[in-house]
Design a protein around this ligand. Structure first.
Ligand SMILES: NC(=O)c1ccc[n+]([C@@H]2O[C@H](COP(=O)([O-])OP(=O)(O)OC[C@H]3O[C@@H](n4cnc5c(N)ncnc54)[C@H](OP(=O)(O)O)[C@@H]3O)[C@@H](O)[C@H]2O)c1
Length: 336
């Protein structure tokens, strides 16, 4: 299967390492032979129609900071040109999430769909701003659009609600969808001030380059948009979310909650309204997970409330969700 990979950061590099380390097994077990024919980052690209050497690609990126130096000619083909001119079955979009105009991911995804490529995105920006129209574009162009890694990283939250609960009517859901704010709130509950907890999270590499995406609830809101569209069939985008973050939560608020055997968590919920905001959660509620964990509770008409818990991020975890999507695409192509 020929693949074009947009972005070669933490997730992109984890993915090619996964392909490289499991190539024999992927072929023997699933008949999947991923052939990465093009990769680009913000500085340039690497192309080989017969398949790039994945080990070399990672080494080049490590040494030069860009995949451009993969070949002596230093390829500077733009991402859009690559998507228009290099033949591939699947685009994997892993550039940074941007909630202002969703670029460059939006152009990558729409160009690929219009060129009849299936798309896997872990980039939440385009989905947060244009989920309904992207789904329509995929249907119109008869391509598959997969995005398992956008919510929960490697934890299959979307698949669980869509497939394991199929036939059920999910009436509402609520969850902790951002590991960074959960880590900060957990540390504040152990006595750190907001500033100390934020610094610790930054030192550990948990905070987005633009900290506002975590702290002001935008990342959680983007995931709520994806869930609301995909699971509840709503047609909503980011401006439809009533969103507030954790900046105003004080150690005093957390102490008050603790006296009631509760913790304050940043909760994204879909009931009558779509809301992201800090909320008191009883300590014995399965949703009340600590550290960087994510958790989401789905309430359905007949099977009650079920909570799924797992790591919400991480390069390898997110790469494994891309692999799941790729296997789905491979199976659907084989079925056709
Ligand atoms: N990391 C996680 O745990 C995780 C989990 C779930 C979802 N995600 C999402 O997955 C995506 C990738 O995350 P990441 O952690 O891998 O981010 P990252 O390390 O910052 O990598 C982003 C990549 O995008 C490239 N890029 C940025 N602007 C570009 C442009 N205009 N044209 C081409 N490439 C461009 C960057 O190029 P340079 O290398 O040249 O800077 C980099 O290779 C994000 O949308 C993120 O929200 C991440």
């Amino acid at each position: 299967m020929r693949i074009i990979l947009c972005g070669f950061g933490v997730v992109g590099q984890s993915l090619v390492k996964l392909f490289d380390s499991r190539s024999d097994e992927l072929y023997a077990k699933y008949g999947l032979k991923p052939r990465v024919v093009g990769v680009f980052d913000s500085k340039g690209s690497a192309v080989d129609k017969s398949g790039l050497d994945l080990y070399k690609l990672v080494e080049v990126k490590k040494k030069f900071g860009t995949v451009k130096n993969y070949s002596k000619t230093k390829n500077s083909m733009s991402g859009t040109d690559m998507l228009k001119n290099i033949e591939a079955e699947v685009l994997i979009e892993t550039t940074a999430s941007n909630y202002k105009d969703a670029e460059p991911g939006m152009t990558h995804i729409t160009t690929a769909m219009k060129n009849s490529m299936h798309v896997i995105s872990v980039n939440k920006g385009p989905l947060a701003l244009a989920f309904p129209s992207l789904l329509e574009l995929a249907i119109y162009n008869q391509v598959m659009f997969k995005f398992s890694g956008t919510v929960g990283g490697g934890t299959p939250i979307l698949d669980y609600a869509k497939n394991s609960l199929s036939g059920e009517r999910i009436t509402s859901f609520a969850g902790i969808l951002n590991g960074t704010t959960n880590y900060i709130l957990t540390n504040m509950a152990s006595g750190l001030s907001f500033e100390e907890a934020l610094k610790d999270a930054k030192d550990k590499g948990y905070v987005e380059a633009d900290e506002s995406l975590d702290l002001d609830g935008l990342d959680a809101a983007a995931k709520l948009v994806i869930l609301a569209n995909w699971i509840m069939g709503m047609k909503v985008t980011l401006p439809d979310i009533d969103c507030s973050g954790i900046r105003k939560v004080t150690v005093k608020d957390i102490g008050k909650a603790a006296k009631k055997n509760c913790a304050i968590k940043l909760i994204a919920s879909c009931d009558k309204e779509l809301i992201v905001g800090p909320k008191e959660i009883p300590n014995d509620d399965p949703l009340c997970v600590n550290g960087t964990l994510n958790a989401i509770a789905f309430t359905s008409e007949h099977s009650g409330t079920q909570t799924i818990i797992g790591k919400g991020a991480g390069g390898m975890e997110t790469a494994s969700s891309i692999l799941r999507d790729l296997l789905d695409i491979r199976q659907e192509i084989a079925r056709d």
